[in-house]
Design a protein around this ligand. Structure first.
Ligand code: AMP
Length: 446
């Protein structure tokens, strides 16, 4: 992840981490700390509060989990019954699971006791896991509060809390729960807050609950956006499904995430992909935790090659090898576009992001282009401008059956700037229809 140009590269061993952690990191194949790790690890090891502006894909999970593990090892901290030494709060079940996986990876030689606390599953097993006390508890805020209120977990000896993806937790309405948790924790503690963006409420949270925090903002060494070939295809809403199914059959598409704005839309699109002979599954907040976990396992293992997701379900997920991101519907929040396309071009690879834009989405496209500072390379003529659909209309549109009219496309214009990226200028602008390589082996999850 780091560029090798700098002469004096910091090594993990320079950071003073415990030997067991250095060994685990080396086994993972990490050679140097990423910029966020270089900045955050020393601050956290000092015990200082911290506000970090960082996106996923920068290595931020290791940046806060390594110092936690280091502290537990060196201070030989042991939790009391029903207690925990450190808490990490995260917005979604998937992110909680991913963070816990990271802790197990970096803790493979130190064997920390880790428990997961998330909504949507039974309380019993979580209570049992916390009963002997744990080193690190990874939780979503709502369920953590439930367990706090019944005494299943006590935080009176917890000395560190990390709030990961704080802006996403804000969007999901977790702010009151987070404030409640922080109020109930010992005043003497370390608080680290990480967020991709810094809206006012997050600044206020930091002001109210953090003490003289170090502020760290790191843009990834190679901003993923520069390694992503981005383009937009203008078309009517009714042409989207057929166009998507054609594009997905292109040989270059190894593993793709398709984004929709609504949960219902995600189900419908996944069904249509499966019907076209490819292997897809939908993931969103209406699926049970078991379904979501199974879907993610299948996708990570390559058993499902196309994931159809809503923003919230996919945010923060670290999945290597996603060759394509399709924005079946443009997000109405421009920042979500950057998060979405960041699912590809991970771990130093490049990726392709193709967005579909109908007449009602032209305003969203304008906002996105303003945010990224470039017009996207466009294929096809913009559709007549329409107002964005209301929620109800949006759902009706999602229910519409696709028309099988040919998508309108024309040759891509020359790339307009270094950042706008060409999708596949060397290839025909019409999607090739190749024989499906992936037969349907699983139906849509759920
Ligand atoms: P994150 O931003 O925490 O989601 O991490 C993104 C990806 O970077 C994960 O796949 C990590 O395994 C990987 N990663 C984290 N730290 C390093 C490092 N120092 N060198 C190489 N890859 C890393």
């Amino acid at each position: 992840m780091l560029s090798n140009e700098s002469v004096d590269l910091t090594q993990f061993s320079d950071l003073g981490l415990a030997e067991k952690l250095l060994r685990a990191v080396a086994e993972e194949g990490y050679t140097q700390p990423t910029p966020i790790q270089e900045a955050v690890i020393p601050v956290m090891m000092e015990g200082r509060d911290l506000v970090g502006i960082a996106q996923t894909g920068t290595g931020k999970t290791a940046a806060f989990t390594l110092p936690l593990l280091d502290r537990i090892l060196k201070l030989e901290l042991t939790p009391q019954q029903r207690g925990c030494t450190a808490i990490i709060l995260a917005p979604t079940r998937e992110l909680v699971a991913q963070i816990a996986d990271n802790i197990r990876t970096y803790g493979r030689f130190s064997k920390p006791a880790v428990a997961l606390v998330v909504g949507g599953t039974k309380h019993g097993p979580q209570i049992k896991a916390m009963a002997p006390g744990v080193d690190i508890l990874v939780a979503t805020p709502g369920r953590l509060l439930d367990h706090m209120s019944t005494g299943a977990i006590r935080l009176d000896k917890t000395s560190v809390i990390v709030l990961d993806e704080a802006d996403q937790m804000l969007d999901l309405g977790f702010m009151p729960a987070i404030r409640e948790v922080l109020r109930k924790m010992p005043k003497q503690r370390q608080t680290a807050l990480l967020s991709a963006t810094m809206p006012k409420q997050i600044r206020e949270l930091a002001r109210d609950f953090l003490t003289d925090p170090a502020e760290i903002a790191v843009t990834p060494a190679s901003r993923p956006i520069e390694r992503i070939d981005q383009s937009v295809r203008h078309m009517s809403h009714s042409d989207k499904r057929e166009t998507l199914n054609l594009l997905l059959k292109d040989d270059d598409v190894e593993c793709a995430i398709v984004f929709t704005r609504t949960k219902r839309g995600a189900d419908r699109v996944a069904e249509s992909i499966v019907k076209s002979g490819l292997n897809a599954a939908a993931i969103h907040g209406n699926k049970s935790q078991n379904q979501r976990e199974r879907t993610m396992r299948d996708f990570k293992a390559g058993r499902t090659t196309i994931l159809v997701a809503t923003d919230i379900a996919a945010r923060g997920l670290d999945i290597d090898g996603v060759s394509h991101v399709f924005n079946y519907e443009l997000p109405n929040v421009p920042e979500a576009y950057v998060h979405r396309i960041g699912r590809t071009a991970r771990a130093g690879r490049s990726g392709i992001a193709i967005s579909f834009c109908d007449g009602s989405e032209r305003g969203y496209l304008k906002d996105i282009e303003k945010l990224i500072g470039n017009p996207l390379e466009a294929i096809g003529d913009p559709q007549p401008f329409e107002d964005p659909p209301t929620k109800k209309q949006g759902q009706q549109a999602n229910n519409r059956r696709p028309s099988f009219a040919k998508p309108t496309q024309r040759k891509p214009r020359a790339s307009q700037s270094a950042n706008s990226g060409k999708v596949d200028g060397s290839k025909p602008s019409r999607p090739r229809r190749s024989r499906p390589r992936r037969k349907t082996t699983s139906a849509v999850a759920g």
